[in-house]
Structure formats: C-alpha cells, structure tokens
Design a protein around this ligand. Structure first.
Ligand SMILES: *Cc1c(COP(=O)(O)O)cnc(C)c1O
Length: 424
C-alpha cells in the first residue's frame, strides 16, 4: 500500500512549535537540503533566506562538516561529560578561546540556546550566593529574547511568548535599548535600577535583538551600560546565540565593545546547524568563585548531552570555515550587496526603515501586522510561493542568508522582497 504524503502523516501525531494548529496551512515537508536550498516532497525548491533560524551559515549538508562529523562518529560517539572528557571538547575550547574576547577563560557546555542562558543566570545567582550575598534581580532589555525555559523566559521581554507564565518568572527589571538619542536617559534609568535593586546579572543581546525584529542599538551605549553594571559587580551576560559567528560582521558582536561581557552564550551557528549544542563561557573570576573545599559551591548543573562529541566536531569544522578566505569573501560580498539593496529601496513608500549589519538585512514595513497575524502569514506564503523562505517578524522582513549563498540566489531574495513591497 502506498504511504500517505508527509503533510497528512505529519498531522496525525505531531505538535509543532510556535504554531496554532487550528489556524494556518499544513507544515511544509522538506526532504532534502543542500547549500542555500531546501527541496520539498514534490521537488519544489526554496532558498533558505534565514539560514534555518540563523544556524546553517556554511550551507545545508556542508561536505566539510559532514566528513568531520562522520570521522568523529566512527571514533567516539558519546560519553558523559561529568567525570570524563574528550578531545573534541578540549580542542573546541582551545579554538574558541582563540577567537572569543580576551577576558573569557572557561567554557561550560549545554545542549541548546535556552539552557546556555539558563546556566548563565544560575551561574550569576550562585556567584553571589557562594559569597554569602543574596542578589535576586536580573536586568534585561525591553523586547529581548533569550529562550523558552523559565530563566531565559524571565529575561525575555516579548509578551507573545511569555503571556501565560508571567506570574511564575524570576524578578527582572527592564530598561530600553540605547539608541543614538537616548543614551544618557537609559544610563540614568540603569543607575536607578542598580541603586534600588539587588542585581545579579544584566542579560542582553549585543547590538541586535533578533526575535524583536532585528532591532539594532548603539554599541557605544551598550558599552556604557556594561561599564555601569560592572562598577556594581553586576555580571554582564552577552547572549550571542543569534549574533555569534560572523552575523554582525565581526566574529562576535561583543568584538564591537570595549567593556567585555563577563559571560557569553553561544549556540545556533556554533555547530553550523548540524547538532544541538551550546556554550556558556565566563571569566576566570567567575570560575574561581566556584572553587572551594565545600563540594556544593561547585556548579551542580548538567544536561545529559553536554559537550556531545558530534556537536564539538561540527563546531570545530565550522570555525575552520568561518574565517576561511572563501567565507570571508562571501561575508563581505553579502554585506556590500545588502547595503546596495538597502539604498535602492529606502525611499520605497512601503518601507519605514531599512538597516544592515554584517549578513543581516532588515526592513520594517509601513504596514501594520500582528506578530502571528493573518497579513503576516500572507506575506510568509507569498515568499514561499515564489521559492524563498523568509519568516517576517510582525511587519519586519529580514534576511540572514547562509554565507555560501550564490549571487543569483541572493538577488532572487531581493527581487522577491521588492515584489512583496509592490504588492502588499
Ligand atoms: C534562538 C535564541 C535563543 C534560544 O535558543 P534555543 O536553542 O532555541 O533554545 C536565545 N537567545 C537568542 C538571541 C536566540 O536567537
């Protein structure tokens, strides 16, 4: 008997994330992916304009990464990372330390972005606890996104995700992001927050708030805020889960800052989309606070698949590619063509704002749209019908393509966006 198609079988038992299953179209079954292109069951092609949630920066099914992982798999599949260690993790720590900001000294492994943030928050709270201090408040930006577990959700300020859970979250005080014209005001607000609360950590997405709609803020402003927090010994946690690995132009968004974060969270492009893995890196000073003759001053946090060798092998191969001459050339090509396209459409009557940073191009439309509303869904489908996968965030269209995208594929993304601007 012939099997039913994937869409029909999908509906039977599966529950998808961020989906109201009573509304909307069935999920699109993808059977194959290579480079910047996804193939569906019927052989239709789609350009992955957002690198599958900004993970597959070196392209889908990348041969270099596949062979590194295959080799690893044949040698050592998996062992626990408590009591045991392995070369892929050790080598990855060496390679990452060489490119992370200089003040970073220790890496703690987890298995996804949210748990990297969760570990960062717990590290911060215990950092003070180990010193006999109770600091109970986090500082975070308005509209930030840091993940969907409770600690990460607490730091996040996007109400579309937190609604039913608001009453159950950690104590967080929110400040606006620093823009060119409000830096002094935000600094004033932060000073008040620091005076009136017992703050443990400041959690932020450096320079770009991804889920908020690729919103940018001032590096100089963020630098000042980090400086203020560090004067009060508040630990600064840079969530580089989206921005890491070249998205903003430099290896890390934190490379644009003078005051370096105390903790940095990495995931997504860390493994080039090949494996769930994340890292929470921190300074020597933080690590030292957990050293003690008392066992329980250690960090008693673990996820089963921490530092999975396959993820480490993928990450090592990814880092090799990140700063290879070919990828560096593509990174600057993408930024230049984004800029050229941005100046071409900036005066279009449907364009409220257009901005570029590194591989990120974001366009706010003059049209009002709910984050998961009908019009936004029409726009999403409009792109898909034309063979381009873009996921508008409310009325913000953005593209963050894999670095390996070809000139014609990138041009097709722009042309489709222009067509949408003329249609909606
Ligand atoms: C995706 C993301 C997270 C959460 O990562 P998950 O792996 O989805 O849990 C956290 N912070 C930022 C900035 C992200 O983009």
């Amino acid at each position: 008997m012939k099997k039913e198609n994937l869409s029909t079988r999908d509906k039977k038992y599966l529950w998808h994330p961020l989906t109201q299953h009573k509304l909307g179209k069935p999920q699109l079954p993808i059977t194959k992916a290579k480079g910047a292109v996804l193939f569906d069951e019927e052989g239709n092609e789609y350009i992955d304009g957002i690198a599958s949630w900004y993970t597959v920066m070196y392209g889908h099914s990348n041969d270099h990464i596949i062979s590194a992982m295959t080799e690893q798999m044949q040698k050592l599949d998996f062992v626990m990372f408590s009591g045991l260690t392995h070369e892929p993790a050790i080598e990855l720590s060496e390679k990452l330390m060489a490119i992370l900001p200089d003040n970073q000294a220790k890496l703690f492994f987890n298995d996804n972005g949210s748990t990297a943030i969760e570990a960062a928050i717990k590290m911060s709270l215990q950092y003070f606890h180990n010193n006999g201090e109770k600091r109970d408040t986090l500082i975070a930006f308005e509209d930030g996104f840091h993940g969907d577990t409770f600690g990460a959700m607490s730091a996040s300020g996007l109400s579309s995700y937190n609604g039913p859970f608001e009453d159950f979250l950690l104590k967080v005080v929110r400040i606006p992001t620093p823009q060119e014209d409000n830096i002094e005001e935000v600094k004033g607000k932060l000073s008040e927050v620091l005076k009136e609360n017992s703050c443990a950590a400041f959690v932020f997405e450096p320079l770009v708030q991804g889920a908020a709609g690729m919103k940018f803020h001032s590096a100089e402003g963020l630098d000042a805020l980090i400086g203020l927090c560090q004067e009060h010994e508040v630990l600064c946690v840079a969530d580089e889960i989206m921005t890491g690995f070249g998205k903003t132009g430099k290896n890390f968004a934190s490379d644009n800052l003078t005051n370096k974060p105390d903790i940095i969270c990495l995931s997504k492009a860390l493994t080039a989309g090949m494996f769930p893995l994340s890292i929470t890196s921190c300074t020597q000073k933080i690590y030292d606070r957990f050293l003690s003759d008392e066992v329980h001053k250690g960090f008693f946090h673990a996820h089963t698949f921490s530092a999975h060798p396959l993820g480490c092998a993928a990450a090592l191969a990814g880092i090799e590619l990140l700063n290879s001459p070919e990828i560096i050339e593509r990174r600057s090509y993408i930024e230049n063509t984004h800029n050229a396209y941005a100046s071409k459409i900036q005066n279009h009557k449907k364009v409220k704002d257009v901005r570029v940073m590194g591989a990120i191009l974001a366009i706010d439309l003059e049209i009002k749209m709910e984050r998961y509303g009908n019009l936004r869904d029409q726009l999403y489908n409009f792109f898909l019908e034309r063979g381009v996968l873009l996921r508008p965030l409310g009325n913000t269209i953005y593209t963050l393509p894999p670095y390996v995208i070809s000139d014609t594929q990138l041009q097709k993304i722009y042309d489709t966006i222009t067509e949408a601007l003329d249609t909606f």
